[in-house]
Ligand binder design. Structure first.
Ligand code: NAD
Length: 488
């Protein structure tokens, strides 16, 4: 599809209709591919959030969604999944232009995965049973799940469609109404999704999308007294703000999916170093490293460190920054020049700290005006360096040689984060022991980033405590009710 043929939705979606911000203000959304403005988007603030929350509350109380037969809600979510696929080209192009993702990833990963997520919860929701408690025979005690009410979803810019789907699909399936606040850097696919949700049959007011800045729309949603829950994905600092907003407003529940600094442990008996190097390359350079669980640290047995580093250099050479709109591109743009400056700053600081740069480290400009960076490898022995401890969120891999298994495990756990980790070894006992000892929400063995909607995803430690995906995600969008019936 040609970008000129795109229909860009740029107004807020409230109560089933697109509308400008109440005060008429807008902000520019800019493509990191070439720095050009894509659209002026409604700049939602507290007034717009309030309109959206009121619409969501009215819709919830109307009950045409919240109290519908789960099979009916399921059919609508499956219809939405089908509409997403029917609009694949348009959605993929929007996502690629707005975020800099390679178009091939947007076509084969972002859009299909978002669609599958709606289908998965749509197909699952009429198979989720309540319980009967084991009480005395003259009592019938039922434990049922009810929706929470109005959910606020606040999402980041790195995978706008997929992360929105991870929150919207289980929350809608459970019968909630929502207000979604997309990131200001990438609001377009969420607005397109809202339109498709209306077409699929989600009643007006059940799904509202208010674009805007974090300090305006995001904070207003976090502090709104009639929001029952915030489902947040983003940085640790902002996640903690949402906990504060909740505490200072109505004590709403907050689930947090935050950052990461995920280690890949490559042991001396790793069965296939080529396979490990390839997975490590994809694990850090996919989406230019802007992935919460990116495998941004490699902890490698010293005896094989040189062999692995040589292979990683080859991998880095395969990820050539290029125009995201070209089908063969595997490394697109970073989200913005501002973010790119931050990533380059991390690399410069690492060099000043004495770390060794093995590859990359520089900006590139395959498309004039765009924000691109070469895949970067850095090696250090000092685990206390900021480049080892801080989330860089760019195509930057840190290599840390380890003396033995205990040293490798200590290095791996020496982080505030706990989102994911991987172990490469031929020894199943070692793999199992390490998996138990690694403080991470997901541990992969001899693979990286393998995933299914059937498995939960989320973090430990500062990476948060929410879980997206799987039936467990429904826990976050439902509350339990006990109904005690006397049979005496
Ligand atoms: P961010 O925290 O800056 O922004 C996330 C969202 O919060 C955006 O919608 C933003 O507008 C809003 N926001 C920002 N400041 C706010 C404020 N003061 N009050 C209310 N809302 C505010 O994060 P980002 O830069 O968009 O995304 C990158 C971060 O997201 C990284 O740390 C990454 O690891 C994390 N992330 C985590 C996961 C996960 O599942 N664990 C997935 C993707 C991204």
């Amino acid at each position: 599809m040609n970008p000129c043929e795109l229909t860009i939705r740029s107004q807020a979606f409230i109560d089933g209709e697109f509308a400008p911000a109440a005060d008429g203000r807008t902000f520019a959304t800019v493509s990191p591919r070439d720095g050009r403005e894509l659209a002026q988007v409604a700049r939602g603030d507290a007034q717009d959030i309030d309109r959206a929350v009121r619409a969501a509350r009215r819709a919830f109380e109307r009950g045409d969604w919240a109290l519908a037969d789960p099979a009916q809600r399921g059919r609508v979510l499956v219809a939405l999944a089908d509409l997403i696929v029917a609009n694949l080209e348009e959605l993929a192009l929007l996502e690629s232009l707005d975020t800099g993702h390679p178009i091939s990833d947007a076509r084969s990963v972002d859009v299909p995965n978002a669609s599958r997520c709606f289908a998965w919860y749509g197909e699952a929701i009429d198979k989720v049973y309540g319980q009967i408690a084991p009480t005395a025979p003259d009592v019938l005690a039922l434990i049922s799940r009810e929706p929470l009410g109005v959910v606020g979803a606040v999402v980041p810019w790195n995978y706008p469609l997929i992360i929105s789907a991870w929150k919207l699909a289980p929350a809608l399936a459970a019968g909630n109404s929502l207000v979604l606040k997309p990131a200001e850097q990438s609001p377009l696919s969420a607005l397109a999704l809202a339109e498709l949700a209306g077409e699929a049959g989600i009643p007006p007011g059940v799904l509202n999308v208010v674009p805007g800045y974090g300090e305006e729309a995001g904070e207003a949603l976090g502090r709104h007294p009639d929001v029952d829950k915030i489902a947040f994905t983003g940085s640790v600092a902002v996640g903690h703000r949402f906990q504060r907003y909740a505490g200072e407003s109505n004590g709403k529940s907050v689930s947090l999916e935050l950052g990461g600094k995920s280690p890949q442990l490559v042991l001396a008996d790793a069965p296939d170093l080529d396979a490990a190097a390839s997975a490590i390359g994809w694990g850090i350079f996919y989406n230019a490293g802007q992935t919460c669980h990116a495998g941004s640290r490699v902890i490698v047995a010293r005896s094989i460190a040189d062999e692995l580093v040589a292979r990683l250099q080859e991998q880095a050479g395969r990820f050539v920054p290029a125009d995201p709109l070209v089908q063969s591109t595997v490394l697109g743009a970073l989200i913005s020049h501002e973010h790119l400056d931050g990533v380059i700053g991390h690399v410069e600081r690492a060099l000043a700290d004495g770390a060794r740069i093995i590859a990359g480290g520089e900006r590139c400009e395959p498309v004039s005006g765009g924000a691109y960076m070469a895949p970067t490898l850095i090696q250090t022995e000092d685990p206390s360096l900021p480049i080892v401890q801080q989330e860089v969120f760019g195509p930057v891999l840190v290599i840390q040689p380890a003396d033995d298994l205990d040293h490798a495990l200590a290095l791996a756990n020496d982080t505030r984060y706990g989102l994911a980790a991987a172990v490469w070894t031929a020894n199943i006992t070692t793999a199992g022991r390490l998996a138990r000892s690694l403080r991470a929400g997901t541990v992969w063995v001899n693979t990286f980033d393998a995933a299914s909607l059937a498995t939960p995803f989320g973090g430990m430690k500062d990476s948060g405590h929410g879980r997206d995906r799987s039936l467990h995600a429904l826990d976050a969008y439902t509350q339990l009710k006990t109904t005690w019936i006397s049979l005496a």
